[in-house]
Design a binder for this molecule. Structure first.
Ligand SMILES: Cc1cc2nc3c(=O)[nH]c(=O)nc-3n(C[C@H](O)[C@H](O)[C@H](O)COP(=O)(O)OP(=O)(O)OC[C@H]3O[C@@H](n4cnc5c(N)ncnc54)[C@H](O)[C@@H]3O)c2cc1C
Length: 254
C-alpha cells in the first residue's frame, strides 16, 4: 500500500483522482484491511494544514480526538472526550469518527452546532451539510460553525453487551434579529434524531424569574416532543429534558 501524505489541497486532489482511500488513525480500517487486503493507495490528511486546524469555529478532519480542547465549544469537546479509551482518542480522527464510524459520538455535537462540512471533491473544495457528507462519504477536510451562546453534552453509561449508549447534545444559538434557537440532537440505539425550537421570553433573557423560566422551558420541550424526539423512549426524553433545562438555566445566568 502506498500511503500519500499531501501537504496542499491540490496534492490531495491529485491523490484523490488516483483513487487514494482516505485514512485517519486507522483504528477502524486496520482490522478490515488485514482481513480483506490493503488498498493500493491510501491518503492521510495529517500533513495538510487545512485538515489540522483547531479554532473557535473550525475543526480539521485530521485532528485526533485527544487534541480537541477548549478552543472549540463545550459540546464538541465533551463529545470527543467521551469516545472510547485514551488510546483510541490519541489515534482516532474527527474525519474517521464522523464519516467512518457507526457510533459517531461527534455527530450529534456537530449537528447542534449546525456545522457545515468543508469537503474535497474532484473539482476542488466545496461546502455542504453533514447529511450529504454521510450519505456520499465525501472526503472531509474540516467542520465550520458559528459559536453558540452555550452548549452541553452528555453520554449515558454503556451497559456491557448492550446497545450503544444514549448521547444528548444541545446548543443555544443567537438568531439574527433577536431571540435564540435551541438545537438538540440525540443518538439512541445508533440512530440520530435532531430537532430545534425557537426560544422566546424568560428562558431567553437575563431577567427571568424561576417560575417564568420553568414555563418557557416546558413550552420549548413541548415543541421538541412534537418532532422526531417525541419518538424517543421515556428514559431518553427524561435525559433530554434535564439537559435542556440545565442549558436554558445556564443561558439565563449568563
Ligand atoms: C475500542 C474502541 C472504542 C470506541 N469507542 C467509540 C465511542 O465511544 N464513540 C465513538 O463515536 N466511536 C468509538 N469508536 C470508534 C472510533 O471513534 C473510530 O475508531 C474512529 O473515529 C475512526 O477514526 P479513525 O481516524 O481511526 O478512522 P479510520 O479507521 O482511519 O477510518 C475509518 C473510515 O473513515 C474514513 N475516513 C477517515 N478519514 C476521513 C475523512 N477525512 N473523510 C472521509 N472519510 C474518512 C476511512 O476511509 C474509513 O472508511 C471506538 C473504537 C474503538 C477501537
Amino acid at each position: 500500500m502506498l500511503l500519500r501524505l499531501p501537504t496542499s489541497v491540490s496534492e490531495a486532489q491529485e491523490y484523490m483522482s488516483e483513487g487514494a482511500v482516505p485514512i485517519g488513525g486507522a483504528t477502524l480500517v486496520w482490522a478490515t484491511w488485514q482481513r480483506d487486503g490493503f488498498p493500493d493507495h491510501a491518503m492521510s490528511l495529517r500533513e495538510l494544514p487545512e485538515a489540522n486546524t483547531i479554532e473557535r469555529e473550525a475543526l480539521g478532519a485530521a485532528v485526533v480526538l485527544s487534541r480537541i480542547d477548549d478552543r472549540v465549544p463545550e459540546v464538541l469537546r465533551r463529545a470527543a472526550a467521551g469516545v472510547g479509551t485514551g488510546a483510541v482518542r490519541r489515534t482516532a480522527t474527527v474525519g474517521g469518527n464522523i464519516v467512518g464510524s457507526t457510533l459517531r459520538c461527534l455527530l450529534p455535537a456537530a449537528l447542534v452546532l449546525d456545522a457545515r462540512a468543508v469537503i474535497l471533491e474532484p473539482e476542488g473544495v466545496a461546502e455542504t451539510d453533514l447529511a450529504e457528507v454521510l450519505a456520499k462519504r465525501h472526503l472531509l477536510l474540516s467542520l465550520r460553525w458559528r459559536t453558540p451562546v452555550t452548549s452541553n453534552y452528555v453520554k449515558a453509561a454503556a451497559e456491557p453487551g448492550g446497545p450503544s449508549p444514549l448521547v444528548v447534545a444541545a446548543a443555544l444559538h443567537s438568531v439574527d434579529g433577536g431571540g435564540t434557537l435551541l438545537r438538540v440532537a440525540v443518538r439512541s440505539e445508533d440512530e440520530v434524531f435532531s430537532e430545534s425550537a425557537e426560544c422566546h421570553g424568560p428562558a431567553d433573557t437575563d431577567t427571568a424569574t424561576a417560575t417564568a423560566t420553568a414555563t418557557a422551558t416546558d413550552d420549548i420541550l413541548r415543541t421538541l416532543w412534537n418532532g422526531p424526539l417525541g419518538r424517543l423512549p421515556a428514559s431518553a426524553r427524561e435525559l433530554v429534558g434535564r439537559q435542556v433545562t440545565d442549558l436554558l438555566a445556564q443561558a439565563a445566568d449568563r
